[in-house]
Design a binder for this molecule. Structure first.
Ligand code: CP
Length: 306
């Protein structure tokens, strides 16, 4: 099916049918990611630019690989080494990229809504690769893909999301997507890091970590976003780990076939124990692989292949 908008700005704008269609297309793309010859010509002649105003490993590299695997022209622009550093506005930067023939601009920005401003002002499709504390739609899509791949469905699953919900665009996008797809997200973390809007979005707030993870199908840890914390939300990281850390004794309360997820990067031993990260029920590396497949699907669909 064709996506109704020219851009991917948030899970909030996608219908359940569009999400299903993206996940189905990603399933085909994953065969290419896992194949011996990672080269198809679906995006031959198309140009994909990544414009990152914040640091990234997974998202930026996976968009670049997604474009390259499909034969697109790909260019990475780091804000710190571009004319942004000379004072150029976001809109002027976008119009410049448009004038060079960009078909898709992938943007990560510290300000919520920056991708939306760009999308309104340029002809190219815009993909939000994370905007402030608002949304990270491609992360949620790869997370939903990973869950659906394991359980065959998203409907009826209990997904426990633990940690710094307040600063997490990953949590907001996942809650929006999981609710649309019929899962039951449950959140838990320090009360200072649980924003009231999550209940309005359809997530339950658990009273204890045990209640959050009990009989969960999925436990998703979130990074303590120390770079976004302008004031003290928690006395110390060691106390955070003591009361909110995802350690084996906590994970044991989940269902016997439950999986452990984390969007990365992980603060090892802070929000999640190393034995959990590296254990056989962790799908963290699978999430990374699926991230390439999801981004291939989005580039394919936005450039008019379907
Ligand atoms: N999960 C995620 O967005 O990781 P990066 O910051 O490495 O892109």
């Amino acid at each position: 099916m064709r996506l109704k908008n020219k851009d991917i700005l948030g899970i909030a704008e996608l219908t359940p049918e569009e999400i299903t269609s993206i996940l189905d297309r990603a399933k085909e793309m994953k065969k290419i990611v896992l194949g011996n010859s990672k080269k198809v010509h679906y995006l031959k002649g198309k140009t994909v630019l990544t414009l990152f105003y914040e640091n990234s490993t997974r998202t930026r590299v996976s968009f670049e690989l997604a474009g390259k695997y499909m034969s697109a022209n790909t260019v990475n622009i780091s804000a710190s080494s571009s004319s942004v550093a000379k004072g150029e506005t976001l809109i002027d930067t976008g119009k410049t990229l448009d004038a060079m023939g960009a078909d898709v601009v992938v943007i990560r920005h510290g300000m919520s809504g920056a991708p939306h401003i760009l999308a309104r002002n340029i002809r190219a499709s815009v993909i939000n690769a994370g905007d402030g504390m608002h949304e990270h739609p491609t992360q949620a899509l790869l997370d939903m893909y990973t869950i659906r791949e394991r359980f065959g469905t998203l409907a009826g699953l209990k997904v426990a999301i633990i940690g710094d919900i307040y600063h997490s665009r990953v949590a907001r996008s996942n809650i929006a997507g999981l609710v649309k797809m019929g899962s039951s997200p449950v959140v838990f973390g320090p009360t200072t890091l649980i924003p009231p809007e999550v209940e309005k979005m359809g997530a339950a707030v658990a009273p204890t970590i045990q209640a959050a993870v009990k009989n969960a199908d999925v436990i998703m840890g979130l990074r303590m976003q120390l770079e976004r914390q302008k004031k003290a939300y928690y006395p110390s990281l060691s106390e955070y780990t003591q009361f909110f850390g995802l350690v084996p004794s906590v994970m044991a309360l989940a269902k016997p076939n439950a999986i452990w997820m984390h969007p990365g990067p992980v603060n090892r031993g802070v929000e999640m124990a190393s034995t959990v990260i590296d254990g056989d029920r962790s799908v963290i590396n699978e999430q990374v692989t699926n991230g390439v497949a999801i981004r291939m699907a989005l580039l394919y669909m936005l450039t008019g292949r379907e």
